[in-house]
Design a protein around this ligand. Structure first.
Ligand code: ADP
Length: 218
């Protein structure tokens, strides 16, 4: 058996990762300290084991270092999440992704050199806030602290005008990466493209530039 993924902690988040990986046909070992949770995943994941991930010996026994990617999704105990992560790094697990519960947790995980720290509640909160602030922002992806990609509805002032007419790059410093028009998506829009009322734009740029663009054209 090729040992692809191990998911530690089968709460809402870890459980959902486990289901999705399994749906994609990946080999997944589902791990939790709680027997009921493990039973729930027996028929979903390739394997499911009851184990306390803060116990180094138990992790060694299942050969955790053979897994290509281990996801730590312990949401209820910061201490257990950190200790588990320390053990995984000590055992030289190839790739580790950890769900952070708060900024303090994230800071520690980054110091431990975790490949990928995810903060789903905060990120989803930010996306929803952006969507609440502007009805035109449909989705939002943070690239860094000050750069993003946003999905926006075409503004009234843009309709009937082309990319050349609006010169978004020169005027606002951001780039229109793609335009969705009905079922079609154009990933390299021509400068002559003329905007239609229900078009959706994918715009990349600094947050300040995107806000200026939004304020003036959307
Ligand atoms: P979520 O917020 O994603 O729903 P939860 O806090 O509900 O997350 O779930 C975390 C899961 O991690 C629980 O199922 C819990 O039993 C499991 N867990 C907690 N500590 C350990 C541990 N030391 N070893 C293995 N699993 C653990």
């Amino acid at each position: 058996m090729s040992k692809d993924y191990a998911v530690i902690g089968l709460g809402r988040f870890g459980g959902s990762i486990c289901r999705e990986l399994s749906r994609e046909g990946k080999q997944v070992l589902a791990i939790d300290i709680d027997e009921a949770k493990v039973n729930e995943f027996k028929n979903i994941a390739s394997h499911a084991v009851i184990l306390d991930s803060t116990d180094e010996e138990s992790l060694k026994e299942i050969g955790i270092h053979n897994f290509e990617h281990v996801i730590v999704a312990i949401g209820d105990s910061l201490q257990a999440s950190i200790l588990t992560t320390v053990i995984l790094t000590d055992l030289h697990v190839e790739r580790i992704t950890v769900k952070a519960q708060n900024d303090y947790h994230e800071k520690i995980l980054r110091k431990l050199g975790v490949d990928r720290v995810i903060h789903p509640e905060r990120d989803m909160g930010r996306r929803i806030a952006q969507n609440i602030i502007s009805n035109n922002i449909l989705d939002f992806l943070d690239l860094s602290d000050d750069h993003s990609i946003v999905e926006v509805k075409t503004g009234k002032k843009m309709i009937g005008k082309s990319l050349i007419d609006l010169d978004i790059r020169a005027n606002f410093g951001c780039n229109v990466m793609a335009i969705k028009s009905g079922e079609t998506i154009d990933v390299s829009p021509s400068p002559e493209y003329v905007f239609k009322p229900d078009d959706i734009l994918l715009v990349i740029g600094s947050d300040d530039d995107i806000h200026r663009f939004e304020k003036h054209l959307i």
